[in-house]
Ligand binder design. Structure first.
Ligand code: HEM
Length: 155
């Protein structure tokens, strides 16, 4: 009798124990459309890898390279970190961006429309290379677009 009850208890409690003990099983059933862009992009490391890849391309570009010429390695690393932090914070990651806002940090650089096109071209290459899904790629591009009026000064 005891053995039977024991078996019944284990059988009926097992699914409940599984749910309590394993949050990843619950998460797998969650509606992913509710997840932040930060989560859907794959989190901090994925965003950092995307920024690295874009910065390598634009720093090597014949026209855009002027902004990074003659700058120290640490200055570039610091700026790249601020860009990662900015995107992580805006995409819903739990990080407080401590850099300057876009207008203040780019004012006077005379960034023009062609510079912008080169940056967006590099970003599109990277999103494609990293196989970022269409919906998330669209959201990243839309987010960049929201910063454009603060950054581009010349047509
Ligand atoms: C063609 C477009 C762009 C160019 C040429 C450019 C260039 C630069 C340069 C040269 C700096 C360093 C400024 C300094 O040391 O004082 C900088 C800083 C920064 N940029 Fe851009 N940028 C561009 C677009 C963007 C975009 C689209 C974003 C965001 C999505 C962005 C985010 C930042 C951030 C967060 C910083 C650091 C701000 C700080 O120092 O507090 N930039 N950018």
């Amino acid at each position: 009798m005891n053995i039977c009850f024991h078996k019944f208890a284990i059988n009926s409690l097992f699914p409940l124990l599984l749910v309590i003990a394993s949050p990843s099983i619950v998460a797998a059933g969650e509606d992913q459309s509710q997840a932040s862009l930060y989560e859907r992009l794959g989190g901090y490391n994925a965003i950092s890898a995307v920024v690295d890849d874009v910065v390598v391309q634009i720093a090597a570009d014949e026209k855009l390279g002027r902004f990074w010429a003659h700058r120290g390695k640490d200055g570039i690393a610091r700026e790249k970190q601020l860009i990662v932090d900015f995107i992580v914070a805006k995409a819903g990651g739990s990080l407080y961006y401590r850099g300057r806002e876009m207008k203040l940090s780019h004012e006077g650089m005379q960034i023009d429309e062609k510079d912008w096109e080169i940056l967006i071209g590099a970003l599109k290459n990277t999103l494609h290379k990293f196989k970022v899904p269409a919906q998330e790629s669209r959201e990243v591009l839309e987010f960049f677009d929201t910063t454009k009026t603060d950054i581009v000064e010349k047509s």
